[in-house]
Design a binder for this molecule. Sequence first.
Ligand code: SAM
Length: 246
Amino acid sequence: MRQRSLPLPALIAASLAASLACTAPGGEPTPAPPPALEEPSVKPGVNENFLAEDLDVEEYIERFEGESREVAVHKDGIVDRIGIAPGMAVADIGAGTGLFTGLLAKEVGPEGRVFAVDISPVFIDHLRERSLEEGWSGVDMVLCTEKSAELAAGSIDLAFVCDTYHHFEYPRSTLASLFDALKPGGALVVLDFERIPGVSREWLLGHVRADKQTFTAEITAAGFVLLEEIEVPGLDENYMLRFARP
Ligand SMILES: C[S@@+](CC[C@H](N)C(=O)[O-])C[C@H]1O[C@@H](n2cnc3c(N)ncnc32)[C@H](O)[C@@H]1O
C-alpha cells in the first residue's frame, strides 16, 4: 500500500529535529550518509535528449526561455528570492541554456563566482559562447557527470537546482556530491514541478517521477535540512524549497 506523505510543515519540523539529533556532542555536524556504491538509475534515458551530440540549442532556447514556461516568465522573482548575496559562490546545477546563469552572476557581483554546471556538452559549449556574447563575468562552466556535480569540496555557498532535480538519474550520488561541494551552512535551493495526480497535466505526470514530499524525503535522507518553502508570486505549477547543508 502506498504510504501517505507528511504535509510540508510537518516535514520541516521533522527535518530540523533529525538534524539536531544528528549533531555530535561537540556540536560538529555529522557527515552526510554515503551514497550506495552501485546506485541504480531512477529513470533510465531521462537525459537522452540533453546528451545527444546533435542537440538543437535554438529549439531548447525557445522551450526553456519562452513565454509559455512559468519559470522563465517569473525568473526575476525567482532570483530575488533564492537568497543570494554579493560575493557568494553559487552553482547553477543543470544550467541548460543559461536562463538563470547571467542573472545569478549579476546577483553575486564582481566579488562572487557562478559555476554553470551541466551534463550536456552541447549546452556547456553554448554557455561558453553566451558568456562571451553577453559579457558575463565570474562564470565558470563545468561539464559534470550524471553522478557528480564535479565541484571542489567546500567551494560553494549555494546550489540552485531549477527544473533539474527530476532529471537527476542518480539522485543519491548527485546529492552526495552537492553536499560535499557546499560549505557547512550552505544552501540548496530546489525548484521543481508540483506533481499531483488528478490535478497536474498528463505530460507532467509522466515526465516528473515523484512529488514534492518524495523529493524532500530523498534530499533530507542525503543529510540536508529542509528550512522553508519559498513563495514566488506567479508560480502555480512549481514550488521552491530551501535546504541547508548542516
Ligand atoms: C529542464 S533543463 C533546466 C535548465 C535550467 N535549469 C532552466 O531551468 O532553464 C534540465 C537540465 O539539467 C541537466 N541535467 C540533467 N541531469 C543533470 C545532473 N545530474 N547534473 C547536472 N545537470 C543535469 C540537463 O542537461 C538540462 O540542461
